[in-house]
Design a protein around this ligand. Structure first.
Ligand code: CA
Ligand code: CA
Ligand code: CA
Ligand code: CA
Length: 672
């Protein structure tokens, strides 16, 4: 958080310079408390800090374009704000501007252009939002709120919405439809029309492409204008999902891309083309960049989309895109702009919800997110633009080495003075983040948890485990507290002891007595029980810090190994598997390595002692289905019950008249 009235690191030592800062800042400071609370309320949630994070939560060092982002955040018609987001992704400036907003950008020196919803005109304001000019005053039409362009000679290009009353009844519309026609005009400073262009003249209302059934027909819904490198004009018509190029000389239509009557064959994978797009730019070399809102409906995604155009073969190809891994979708608004370092800055339009605001994302050409914030609940953002360091936020103290000469400063940024006040041989220009404290400088020992950033890396040191391979790795920790733990696994094979007649052992009663090598206590520090036992082998699992360890295993009958086992756990080791050893040996036990064999030992290294493959069958010689070759009973044995007195029909042990009655009762029955 930048608070230039209270942050002690900002204060230079010189009383004279402090007085100068106060003199400069006091006129702005009358509302400091209110401005600070607004800043706090609007702070975005930093989802990806500048530079990005890797899978372990550590700084990924991804490129981030330097500069400050100017945002026109909208929560409701009265909750509109002009904001500046600094290089740490925190808001350094916020001003509430009810009924004025949508898109703010620097205009002539000291001025910003800003849409006024009450006048329905673009206004030119100073940095205190005092109106110094209103555009298109000599026209009755409303200004369109999407964009306005200033030329170097002071003339400007603006789009007005001409209300044309038209009979659209033969197209399924109403007799007196009001068609909002985009009327693009190039005006000089006295509002003389230098050139004009009317949407309906080039794109007549067409019931096949336009929604004509409303009493007010929002024709084309123009939403961006950009000049390409040859002076041609790129227009975006949201309602036709179409981008149009006008020739530089007479503004006649050169080509149409997208929509129902595209001049191009578009190759776009599964996406099948863009829809309801915004913010179309020429990138040079036949490429354009746009924010594709997407087709709408369930499962819709928005994306930044770069297309490569070939105006000879009339093909358009998806050359690059970024859709959000969190499946962000913005039904309306949104922007995508290529930054100087080749990253792309994306504002996700109306992706805000009552729970979360929309996002601003910076992505690398490889599609990695190098910065991302989420705005406060319900906040939407038409466009995000990044301006160079010192242009909209900067230091305003003349004696500072980084004083900004920008006429568009909205926010103060820390001033740097190239003197070493505290004698630690670092100046604030070199990076001394507190030039009044000689224990604070880049590279100084940073005492964890004292809320002082002694080493000037931007945060107080945090004690914890910094070893990413450790089981208790703490991504927030910057200083290792020696508390890292590694899971160590060790197996002991008792098959030779078992073979010597110890079949009745409960192997889980064996123990592993373990100490650190330089343990002064002769008693083992740890007496471990196995976590499981199988194949005559037990497994021990223990969490250990770095160090040298020694120990031995004790059999279930209490006999300890005569050998001493030593091993080392080192930082970066991750999970340590000490392997499997035969009891009292440093090697695995010999055994049968054939997994099909009855004597199979999965831990054996040498193949010996196999007894033959497992053959399943009935192993009881008395059974009628005894299988002589089987060595594993499968529970299928069948035993015949023999009767040596066949006429004892009721099986009472004697042949009597009752047996005769049983026989007579069954006379005539058919036997199967
Ligand atoms: Ca210093
Ligand atoms: Ca210092
Ligand atoms: Ca500290
Ligand atoms: Ca630090």
């Amino acid at each position: 958080m930048l608070n230039f009235y209270h942050a002690d690191w900002f204060w230079p030592n010189s009383v004279l310079v402090r007085c100068l800062i106060l003199a400069l800042c006091l006129p702005l400071a009358h509302n400091t408390f209110w401005a600070q609370s607004l800043l706090n309320d609007l702070q975005p949630e930093i989802l990806v800090p500048p530079g990005g994070v890797d899978e372990n939560g550590l700084p990924a060092g991804l490129p981030v374009q330097s500069g400050d982002v100017l945002l026109s955040m909208i929560q409701s018609p009265t909750s509109m704000y002009a904001c500046v987001m600094g290089e740490t992704s925190e808001l350094v400036y916020a001003e509430q501007t009810p009924f004025r907003g949508f898109y703010m950008k620097p205009w002539r020196p000291g001025e910003f252009v800003w849409y006024n919803y009450i006048l329905r005109k673009w206004t030119v304001v100073d940095s205190q939002f005092t109106t110094v000019d209103t555009l298109t005053q000599s026209f009755d039409h409303d200004d369109d709120y999407h964009d306005v362009h200033l030329f170097e000679d002071g003339s400007y290009l603006v789009v007005m919405l001409e209300e044309l009353v038209m009979d659209l009844s033969d197209m399924g519309g109403v007799v007196d439809a009001v068609v909002l026609n985009p009327l693009m005009v190039h005006l000089d400073e006295q509002e003389n029309v230098l050139r004009s262009w009317s949407g309906v003249d080039h794109f007549p209302v067409d019931p096949a492409m336009d929604l004509v059934s409303f009493s007010t027909v929002d024709h084309l819904h123009w939403n961006s204008v950009q000049f390409d490198q040859h002076g041609g004009v790129l227009l975006s018509f949201r309602n036709r999902s179409q981008i149009v190029r006008l020739w530089p000389d007479d503004w006649s239509v050169h080509w149409k891309l997208g929509g129902m009557d595209s001049d191009f064959v578009l190759t776009d994978g599964d996406w099948g083309g863009f829809a309801r797009q915004h913010d179309v730019h020429d990138l040079g070399g036949g490429r354009i960049l746009l924010f594709d809102n997407g087709i709408g409906g369930s499962g819709s995604l928005s994306r930044a989309l770069e297309l490569e155009l070939d105006t000879v073969a009339w093909t358009a190809e998806n050359a690059w895109q970024f859709n959000h891994p969190d499946e962000v979708y913005a039904e309306a608004q949104g922007s995508a702009i290529r930054l100087e370092n080749n990253n792309t800055l994306i504002a996700w339009g109306t992706a805000g919800t009552p729970e979360f605001g929309t996002r601003v994302t910076e992505v690398t050409p490889e599609g990695e997110i190098s910065m991302e914030v989420r705005l406060p609940p319900s906040a939407n953002l038409y466009r995000a633009r990044k301006y160079p360091v010192g242009m909209v936020a900067g230091c305003s103290v003349d004696s500072a080495v980084n004083v900004s000469s920008s006429p568009w400063l909205l926010a103060e940024a820390p001033c740097l003075f190239g003197v070493d006040n505290d004698g630690d041989s670092w100046t604030d220009v070199d990076g001394d983040c507190n030039d009044l404290d000689a224990t604070v400088y880049p590279g100084a020992p940073d005492l964890p948890g004292d809320e002082v950033d002694q080493d000037c890396d931007g945060q107080d040191a945090v004690l914890g485990c910094t070893d990413v391979s450790a089981i208790n790795f703490d991504p927030a920790a910057t200083v290792d507290g020696g508390t890292c733990l590694h899971e160590v696994e060790f197996r002991v094979d008792f098959s030779q002891e078992i073979a010597e007649g110890n079949l009745s052992w409960n192997l889980l009663q064996s123990t592993w007595a373990l100490s650190t090598v330089n343990d002064v206590d002769p008693q083992p520090a740890l007496s471990l029980q196995p976590s499981n036992a199988a194949w005559h082998t037990v497994q021990f699992t223990v969490l250990l810090g770095s160090g040298m360890y020694e120990g031995h295993v004790i059999r279930p009958d209490g006999e300890a190994e005569s050998i001493l086992r030593t091993f080392e756990v080192n930082p970066g080791d991750g999970h340590v598997d000490l392997g499997t050893s035969c009891f009292n040996q440093t090697q695995p036990c010999p055994g049968c390595t054939d997994p099909m064999d009855v004597a199979f030992n999965p831990w054996a290294a040498e193949d010996e002692g196999c007894q033959g493959w497992i053959v399943q069958g009935c192993t009881y010689p008395d059974a009628s289905n005894f299988a002589a070759g089987a060595n594993q009973d499968d529970g299928t044995c069948i035993f015949q019950i023999t009767n040596d007195c066949p006429t004892d029909l009721d099986q009472d042990g004697a042949v009597t008249v009752t047996d005769l009655m049983v026989l007579l009762a069954s006379i005539g029955a058919l036997c199967s």
